[in-house]
Design a protein around this ligand. Sequence first.
Ligand SMILES: [Fe+2]
Length: 199
Amino acid sequence: MHTYKAKKFNLPSLEGISDESVKQHIGLYEGYVKNFNAITSAAVELMDDSEKNAHAISELWRRRSFEFGGMRLHEHYFEQLEGGAKAPDTSSSFWQQIAAEFPMNGEGQPQLVLKNIGNMRGPGWAILYWDSVGRCFQTGFTGEQHQGHFVTLPIILALDVWEHAFLLDYGTTGKGKYIDAFFKNLNWGVIEKRFAEVR
Ligand SMILES: [Fe+2]
């Protein structure tokens, strides 16, 4: 079975999200990578006696996608912040599609839908997907990180709204301020590149 390695991210100091918060958050991400590998090894080992260990194997196998989701979504998340904030290229195909589908706010920003989803009660991820069949974006919310996804659709933008993402800087009621800070630090170039690869 493949063993995954935690990625390193080229992150500048962020505006409104402290270095300490980012450091702890990356520690959590690395935990997902470690746990995914550990669960895989444990489950494979138990398969030596799959009849006796059937229940344990089944539970471990279910947990794998939780850990994998934590790993992969955090990679999407931190990659979006690499290299520092970059404004969207309004001539890009991504932006033209966004402009066709979403109303802009007064500042010319289209992310209100994701902001609203992110602000819903409960931990999880607000996600922008691209549906190449419908030729349109989809926006969704996955509680935890492995359930509620739009199956087969590639992820274009992933916003982490677990409490660990904002508790240190903004307290329990600061999710909205954290989401604002996240968008201020977003490198839209990463988002545009993801879209260009799957459109
Ligand atoms: Fe997170």
